[in-house]
Design a protein around this ligand. Structure first.
Ligand SMILES: [Zn+2]
Ligand SMILES: [Zn+2]
Length: 485
């Protein structure tokens, strides 16, 4: 009885604070029972009033989830369609048209081909749906749409067999290996459900289908095309990503650092080529490149304060044509990840110092010094989830899914161009995660100590139904909370 009374007390306090529809079913049912059974000091009228309120809340919460449940089969069919028809970054024509079609049907004002890339020869397939529902806050929900050049090996009946031409003109297999198909379907689902729940919220809902996330270019292209000026400056921006390390049915959210800043850097180590048998007549760029790669290893380990997260990775090294020829140059592609702008600048500068240092040590002629190019078009800033917003969402998720199903993800050194939407901290934003692994697979892998297929793996296959249900419930309840009447 003591437990039930505590429960009732907590629930009444919560009811004061939050809109009824956000109470979890379980808690509301408990509260109602507790009230019926309790000998707590409330007048009969008061008891009736509170009972009525609790029941009404229960019904409202149920109606949101019931509505979601009714959409689920349709959404699963959409998901399978999107999964089977992935599109590489910069080519999201069909996927964006699909989002546009569904949002238009749900009553949104829809704008297609939003966005401007730095390279003006590229078409930007951003799609924006706006639903105005009286005075109130503006919420922007973003979903990324692009797939990856990966050959799918999941064995799913709806696996992708699609092949596209890459920018270099070669045929490449394409797969939704990063789960953006779940994000797209969730956006369509949230759009549909929120349109039907118009009596439960107020304000403006902006839904964004964003292209070219994998290239770090889509969010910036939308903002360059005056996203906020044209459709409204949001009071909050939220987005989600499937999580390949957590079981379906769970949601992860944490305040603060979430994803790292990303830089892509091209380095050309130049030497003086010649015959492989006469190295003394050359300046061998292959040997210099090898020294350079080793020199890079001491930037993070010896130059950056140990408590600062930072990564320098050489992802590609390319030079030479034949056994017995010393080439003129070697090309390297690096990625740098940090959270702090000063550390980022320090690392970029150190990369230049190492490259020049190696060249000088090899007595390379001054006109053959290395070229270090930081690609501005492929930079993404770090994501810092707004503290108040993240905490608010955590309360919602805990209520909807139960404490045991909500986790706090560690910050990663992965990057996400979602980070652009916060305008360097001017707009509160929160990026959360939704577990995507089949609970049975998750359990098996844990017991056997096996590694699960990661994002971008050819074997990554979200457990579609529970992942989609969780993503949709999380996003809808979050939206209702942020656009509360
Ligand atoms: Zn990805
Ligand atoms: Zn992704």
């Amino acid at each position: 009885m003591e437990h039930l009374r505590n429960c009732l007390h907590t629930s009444i306090q919560l009811l004061h604070k939050h809109q009824p529809s956000f109470m979890s079913h379980e808690l509301l049912a408990k509260c109602y029972l507790a009230l019926r059974q309790s000998n707590i000091h409330l007048s009969v009228t008061m008891k009736r009033a509170v009972s009525f309120f609790l029941l009404a809340s229960f019904a409202a919460a149920q109606s949101v989830d019931a509505l979601i449940e009714r959409q689920l089969n349709t959404l699963l069919a959409i998901y399978r369609q999107v999964h089977a028809n992935p599109e590489l970054s910069y080519t999201e024509a069909q996927t964006s048209a699909l989002i546009a079609e569904h949002l238009r049907r749900a009553g949104y004002s829809v704008f297609e081909r939003v966005g401007k890339y730095t390279d003006s020869s590229l078409q930007c397939y951003g799609v924006v749906g706006v639903l105005r529902n009286g005075n109130g806050p503006t919420l922007l929900i973003r979903a990324d749409m692009d797939a990856l050049p990966v050959e799918e090996k999941t064995g799913l009946p709806y696996a992708s067999t699609r092949v596209q031409r890459s920018e270099r003109g070669e045929a490449v297999p394409v797969m939704h290996a990063c789960g953006h198909d779940i994000h797209v379907t969730t956006l369509i689902g949230v759009g549909t459900v929120m349109a039907q729940l118009r009596d439960q919220w107020r304000g403006t809902l902006i839904l964004v289908g964003q292209p070219a996330e994998e290239r770090g270019a889509g969010a910036r292209a939308l903002l360059t095309d005056s996203l906020y000026q044209r459709f409204g400056r949001p009071d909050a921006v939220i987005g989600l990503h499937v999580d390949a390390e957590h079981p379906a049915g769970t949601v992860g959210v944490a305040a603060g650092p979430t994803t790292a800043s990303v830089d892509m850097i091209d380095v050309t180590i130049r030497g003086v080529g010649g015959h492989g048998a006469y190295p003394h007549t050359t300046k061998d760029p292959i040997v210099m490149a090898a020294e350079f790669v080793m020199a890079l290893q001491t930037i993070v380990s010896r130059e950056i304060p140990p408590r600062e997260p930072a990564v320098v990775t050489v992802g590609s090294i390319c030079g030479g044509t034949k056994h017995n020829i010393i080439p003129d140059q070697v090309e390297l592609q690096l990625t740098v990840r940090t959270y702090d702008e000063r550390i980022r600048q320090q690392i970029i500068s150190a990369i230049g110092t190492k490259a020049y240092g190696v060249a000088r040590a090899a007595a390379v002629p001054p006109d053959r010094m290395p070229i270090v190019h930081v690609r501005p078009e492929e930079h993404t800033p770090p994501q810092h989830n707004d503290t108040a917003l993240a905490q608010r969402l955590e309360v919602v998720f805990t209520r909807v899914f139960g404490r045991q199903n909500v986790y706090r993800p560690e910050p990663t050194m992965g990057g996400e161009d979602f980070a652009y939407y916060r305008l360097d901290g001017q707009i509160p934003s929160c990026f959360f995660r939704v577990g995507a692994v089949s609970p049975a697979t998750y359990q098996n892998a844990r017991e056997r100590g096996e590694q699960l297929p990661s994002l971008h793996s050819s074997r990554f296959a979200p457990d579609a139904e529970p992942t989609l249900r969780t993503a949709l419930r999380a996003m809808t309840h979050a939206a209702l909370e942020l656009l509360r009447r």
